[in-house]
Design a protein around this ligand. Structure first.
Ligand code: GLC
Length: 565
């Protein structure tokens, strides 16, 4: 077995003035857990999850030490995009329950010292929203310019070459009024016109209702797309596109990340700050798929030196989802992100969501544990996707049961873009339908075939299960000043497939060592400390062992959290 010399090197030491974990804000210490309400727990027997179902599972969530729930949209919706097509921003979709059910859920979460973030979808409404009904009624309706309408091109076709993420042009002709409306997603999701100040005012008013109801913040859908080029100019072709989803055949220089979007975000943030009192911050989490330099702008600026910026508290950082999965690439990516953060920017990391392949499918079950350890030991707020804690994998959906419009509208790339596989019902137990809905009911998406072996119930009795590992890890994180705190130093591990980094705070020094490869190693870590004890390992088998660090065995696909002596 090769011996590897590990020399500590300080890279990107960050000292951001928030060193003691006691001074961290709630959202800096949080673990965000995304619930996809349709798939979590059905309490009414219609095969679709609902709010009472989530209430039934609050103790489970508390028990796995996640403390901030983000619910995918629960507003009334015709469900063309499963809730991301909102017909009424302040109501609750009857499939999910009532406003009273929501209040009960919020109270239940708060009573358990948990927070609740709602999904806000301001970029577009449903075509069944009352605003759009008025807007499309005729060209002179006062709400006409609440949406983005344009004359046809000279040949009668769409006004420009913009494309929809769900296939085809981003424009649909309204035959009644003879103009096209813009939709970057489904044709049933017309885009609001934020160049009209009345639209922003209206959206802020809708947000206010939820803030009054007591929510702790919003995850804002496609926040970086909210403003489009005023002149509706064509987008240039992407010369590197060589097939796959057509949306990537263009460079989105006129439909995304427009400078004016920051004015909107600052207004949203100012509203949240208005509802923020000491110890009761309301937060803004932005969905943004952009490279570092442009992503960082979404923290805003910090003229008042409050340490938190004036735009998103957390502009989602999705880089772990797309990263090439090898130790060097991940280390380089983490270090580059850390280096790019503004001084007031608190980092965050995401491993999965309802739009992306599940982590256990992407990386396999062994590396999924390594990735989980990475997510929960990096500096910054982690976001977790429901069911990943029991190692749920993507479920192949037979063509006749495919529901996601992104797949239905683009059959030629359906396997690549379809999102149903990662949205299947949660596995609670070994009864038919996994305890998600009654045995005699057909769930809205099929339950995975392996649900009985991979359920919350079956894993409860197996201390080596993903669930136990996740729970031990979240517990450790929530109790550890070093893991919560703001210091991060990446190290030279000496082995190209091992990523090692140090987290330190309040006299706690933790070394995280992650083997991304299939080779065992002996690491010489004695330059950092003579000895250390293992607090947690990905196999849940080595805790408490004291090791002299001149020859620390590290198994293939293994991750260790070591407390340095
Ligand atoms: C976001 C959501 C996705 C949705 C789209 C349109 O990317 O995460 O699920 O389809 O926006 O709202």
């Amino acid at each position: 077995m090769p011996t590897i010399n590990t020399t500590a090197q300080t890279r990107n030491p960050r000292s951001l003035g928030v060193n003691a974990s006691s001074t961290l804000r709630w959202w800096q210490k949080a673990i965000i857990y995304q619930v996809y309400p349709r798939s979590f727990q059905d309490s009414t027997g219609d095969g679709i999850g609902d709010l009472q179902g989530i209430i039934q599972r609050l103790d489970y969530l508390k028990g796995i030490h996640v403390d901030t729930l983000w619910l995918s949209p629960i507003n009334p919706s015709p469900m063309h995009d499963f809730g991301y097509d909102v017909a009424d921003y302040t109501g609750i979709e009857p499939i999910f329950g009532t406003v009273d059910d929501f209040t009960q859920l919020l109270d239940g979460a708060h009573a358990r010292d948990m927070k609740v973030l709602l999904d806000l979808v301001p970029n577009h409404t449903s075509d069944e929203h009352a605003w759009f009904a008025q807007s499309r009624a005729n060209r002179t309706n006062p709400k006409r310019n609440w949406y983005i309408w344009s004359e046809p091109a000279a040949d009668g076709g769409p006004p420009n070459n913009w494309l929809s993420y769900f296939g085809g042009p981003a424009w649909t002709l309204d035959t009644t009024t003879g103009q096209y409306y813009l939709h970057q997603f489904d044709t049933h999701q017309p885009e609001l016109n934020y160049r009209n100040p009345a639209v922003l005012e209206a959206m802020l008013g809708e947000m206010r209702v939820w803030l009054e109801r007591g929510i702790d913040g919003f995850r804002v859908d496609v926040i970086w797309l909210m403003i489009k080029d005023a002149a509706l100019r064509d987008e240039p072709p992407n010369p590197d596109w060589s097939g796959g989803p057509p949306i990537f055949s263009l460079y989105h220089i006129h439909t995304a990340d427009q400078p004016e979007v920051h004015t909107l975000i600052r207004a949203m943030r100012a509203l949240l700050d208005e509802y923020t009192s000491e110890g009761r911050e309301r937060i803004l989490v932005g969905e943004i798929y952009l490279p570092n330099a442009r992503l960082m702008k979404y923290y805003g600026s910090d003229p008042l030196v409050r340490g938190v910026g004036d735009e998103c508290h957390l502009p989602f950082n999705f880089q772990l989802i797309g990263a090439p999965w090898d130790a060097q690439s991940v280390r380089t990516m983490v270090d580059a992100y850390e280096a790019a953060l503004p001084v007031w920017g608190w980092p965050n990391w995401v491993l999965g969501n309802h739009d992306k392949r599940r982590i256990a499918t992407r990386l396999g079950k062994d590396q999924a544990r390594v990735a989980t350890m990475l997510l929960l030991t990096l500096r910054g707020t982690p976001t977790w996707y429901y069911g990943d804690e029991i190692g749920m994998t993507d479920v192949r959906i037979p063509p006749e049961l495919v529901r996601d419009p992104q797949a239905v509208n683009q059959p030629e790339v359906a396997d690549e873009v379809g999102r149903d596989p990662q949205r299947t019902p949660m596995h609670w137990d070994d009864s038919p339908n996994a305890g998600f809905c009654p045995p005699d009911v057909t769930p809205w998406l099929p339950v995975a075939a392996d649900y009985a072996q991979n359920s919350v119930l079956s894993q409860e009795s197996d201390p080596r299960s993903p669930l136990w590992f996740f729970r031990l890890l979240t517990d450790l994180r929530q109790k550890s000043p070093a893991l919560l705190g703001s210091s991060y130093r990446s190290m030279e591990s000496g082995a190209s497939d091992v990523f090692a980094f140090l987290r330190e705070a309040d006299s706690q020094r933790l070394l995280i060592v992650l083997n991304f490869g299939t080779q065992p190693h002996h690491l010489d870590l004695s330059a950092i400390a003579p000895a250390g004890s293992i607090l947690l390992d990905t196999g849940v088998a080595r805790q408490g062992d004291l090791h002299f660090l001149n020859s620390l065995p590290l198994d293939p696909n293994e991750g260790l959290i070591i407390s340095l002596i």
